[in-house]
Design a binder for this molecule. Structure first.
Ligand SMILES: NC(=O)c1ccc[n+]([C@@H]2O[C@H](COP(=O)([O-])OP(=O)(O)OC[C@H]3O[C@@H](n4cnc5c(N)ncnc54)[C@H](OP(=O)(O)O)[C@@H]3O)[C@@H](O)[C@H]2O)c1
Length: 252
């Protein structure tokens, strides 16, 4: 086990990729904090599943669009486990708005997209930094998106928000070195129900990609384990887990 005695916090850890990462980190021996905003039932299920396998996990509710809530999440993590080694900024939010529909980008959508995808990870990193630094080998993993590179995806503000998170990944990698490595994972489409896609778009996205398969939440968890445990000389980087779409162009 690679994370025996370590503590990992996964924001939005009760659903989708967050769930897969919470479970994988627990299997590596970490004590896990499963953060949720609204999905209490799912977060509790993840904690129960981890506990049943002999792992350690707790669920903590916090709406991370609030700096105060993010600071409380970190303090409750420290109060429970006494340390924090890995922070996974996985929580995200979007609404599907066609890019040409500029008027469809209401203030509410603009604000919530930027608040969850950009401000929340920054709030969490800022509050966690002293604890991540204290252990001398902390790691932050930000979940961005292939949309940050292609400026496509569910809305143009979502693509811009994930591009901002890519930029923060690099700035914070510089700021928090040498004690903390800051990296990102940019997934392609994963069928988690994250976006309110139309049935036609969903059918297209569900077609097998260049590697003849779908990208799964477990693929993202594999990349997270690599960045948290094995990538000791890597910081300021993004791993694209997208079947080569950004590097090679979309699969026909
Ligand atoms: N699925 C894809 O195709 C895809 C592709 C590229 C990138 N991503 C990114 O992958 C990450 C995980 O998404 P997913 O696909 O696994 O979808 P998901 O299951 O819907 O996960 C989103 C998570 O974000 C949490 N969240 C939203 N607002 C929050 C807030 N204010 N405070 C705290 N947590 C909040 C949600 O928790 P609650 O339910 O408790 O609110 C939920 O657990 C996101 O950052 C997303 O942008 C997804």
């Amino acid at each position: 086990m690679k994370l025996e005695g370590k503590v990992v916090l996964v924001t939005g850890g009760g659903t989708g990729m967050g769930r897969a990462m919470s479970q994988r980190f627990a299997r590596e021996g970490a004590g896990v904090v499963v953060n949720y905003a609204r999905s209490q039932r799912q977060a509790t299920e993840v904690v129960d599943a981890i506990t049943k396998e002999g792992g350690r996990a707790i669920a903590i509710q916090a709406d991370l669009t609030s700096d105060q809530e993010a600071r409380r999440l970190i303090s409750e993590t420290i109060a429970h486990y006494g340390r924090l080694d890995v922070l996974v900024n996985n929580a995200g939010w979007t609404r599907s708005v066609p890019h040409q529909d500029l008027e469809g980008l209401t203030d509410e959508i603009l604000e919530q997209t930027l608040a969850v995808n950009v401000k929340a990870p920054l709030y969490c990193i800022r509050a966690a930094a002293p604890y991540l630094r204290a252990n001398g080998a902390g790691a932050v993993i930000n979940i961005t998106s292939g949309a940050a590179y292609t400026a496509s995806g569910s809305s143009l503000i979502y693509a811009a928000a994930k591009a901002a998170l890519s930029s923060l990944t690099k700035s914070l990698a510089r700021v928090l070195a040498p004690e903390v490595r800051v990296n990102a994972i940019a997934p392609g489409f994963v069928d988690t129900g994250f976006v309110n896609w139309s049935p036609a778009t969903l059918a297209r996205l569900r077609q097998p990609g260049r590697l003849g398969r779908a990208i799964t939440a477990e693929d993202i968890a594999d990349a997270a384990i690599f960045l948290a445990c094995d990538a000791g000389a890597t910081t300021g980087q993004t791993i694209l887990v997208d079947q080569g779409n950004v590097a090679l162009g979309p699969h026909p």
